[in-house]
Design a protein around this ligand. Structure first.
Ligand code: F6R
Length: 245
C-alpha cells in the first residue's frame, strides 16, 4: 500500500474548512490544474466553504479546469437534475468557471459510446492534476460499480440496484432514477496525479475498512486507492473509525 495521508476532523465545520484549505493550497501550487469534482451529499459543505472564500475575495479559487466524473444518460442539455447542472449550481457557477473550462458529458448525445470516446480521448491526452472523489457504501467511485475492471475507461454503464436506491430521494422516487449513466473508468482515475477522498459519517466506516484493510479487488472498486500515489483522505472520526485504530 502507498503512503496515505489520513486527516481526521472533529465536526462538519472542520470538514469543510480543512477540505477547502487543501484545495486552496493545491490551487496556489498548481497552475490552472485539471480537477475532477464529485456530486453527492459529502462534498456540499466543502463547496459552500470554497464559494464563501471566493466571494470574500480569494479569486484564485476559480483558477482550474473542471473534468466531469460521471453523468446520467438521456437528460436534455440544462436539465436541472443532471450532474453538470448540479455542480454548476453548487460550485462552478458561483465561482464563474467559464463554460469552455468545463469538460462535461453530453448526456443526450445521439451516440453515447462515441461521446464516451470523445471524453476518453480528452482525458488520455491530458493530465488529471487532482481527482476529488467520494465513495458509495458499496465502494463505487463515480459510476464504477463493484466488479468494474481496474483497466476500465470512460464508458456507459447500468446502475446497480443499491445506487438506484441511494439516488431515489434526489429523483423523487426509485422509478424516476435513470438506469444508465456514463463514467470515467478506474484506469482514468488511477492516472490522477493527486487524489482527495472525502468521506463523512458512520455509514462510510464499513466500506472504508473494505477499501483500505482488505486485499485490492475489483469487488470493491475503491480499493484501487490503496495503490494510488499522493492520496489524501479527509473524514470524520465516525467514517474513519475502523481504519484508524
Ligand atoms: C458522484 C459520485 C459518487 C459519490 C458517492 C458518494 O459523482 O461519483 O461516487 O461520490 O455515491 O455519495 P455521497 O457523498 O452522497 O455519499
Amino acid at each position: 500500500m502507498n503512503n496515505i495521508n489520513f486527516v481526521s476532523v472533529d465536526n462538519i465545520d472542520d470538514f469543510a474548512v480543512i477540505s477547502a484549505d487543501f484545495f486552496s493550497d493545491f490551487l496556489q501550487k498548481n497552475d490552472n490544474p485539471l480537477v475532477i469534482l464529485p456530486t453527492g451529499f459529502t462534498p456540499l459543505p466543502f463547496y459552500k466553504e470554497i464559494v464563501k472564500r471566493y466571494k470574500a475575495g480569494e479569486k484564485y479559487l476559480n483558477k482550474f479546469k473542471y473534468l466531469a466524473l460521471d453523468e446520467y444518460v438521456g437528460l436534455c442539455d440544462g436539465d436541472y437534475r443532471s450532474f453538470s447542472s448540479w455542480l454548476g449550481r453548487e460550485i462552478l457557477d458561483p465561482l464563474s468557471i467559464d463554460i469552455k473550462d468545463r469538460i462535461i458529458f453530453d448526456s443526450d448525445a445521439a451516440d453515447i459510446d462515441k461521446e464516451c470516446k470523445r471524453i476518453d480521448d480528452i482525458v488520455s491526452s491530458s493530465v488529471i492534476n487532482l481527482a476529488i472523489i467520494g465513495i458509495g457504501e458499496n465502494g463505487h467511485v463515480g459510476f464504477n460499480e463493484p466488479k468494474s475492471s481496474f483497466s476500465s475507461r470512460t464508458r456507459k454503464v447500468f446502475l446497480h440496484e443499491k445506487t438506484i436506491k441511494a439516488n431515489a430521494e434526489y429523483w423523487g422516487g426509485i422509478d424516476k432514477v435513470p438506469k444508465e449513466a456514463v463514467t470515467l473508468g478506474l484506469a482514468n482515475l488511477k492516472n490522477a496525479k493527486n487524489t482527495l477522498l472525502l468521506v463523512y459519517g458512520k455509514k462510510k466506516a464499513k466500506i472504508l475498512k473494505e477499501s483500505f484493510c482488505a486485499p485490492v479487488s475489483e469487488d470493491v472498486p475503491s480499493s484501487y486507492l490503496q495503490n494510488q500515489p499522493n492520496l489524501t483522505v479527509i473524514g470524520d472520526e465516525d467514517a474513519l473509525a475502523e481504519i484508524m485504530i
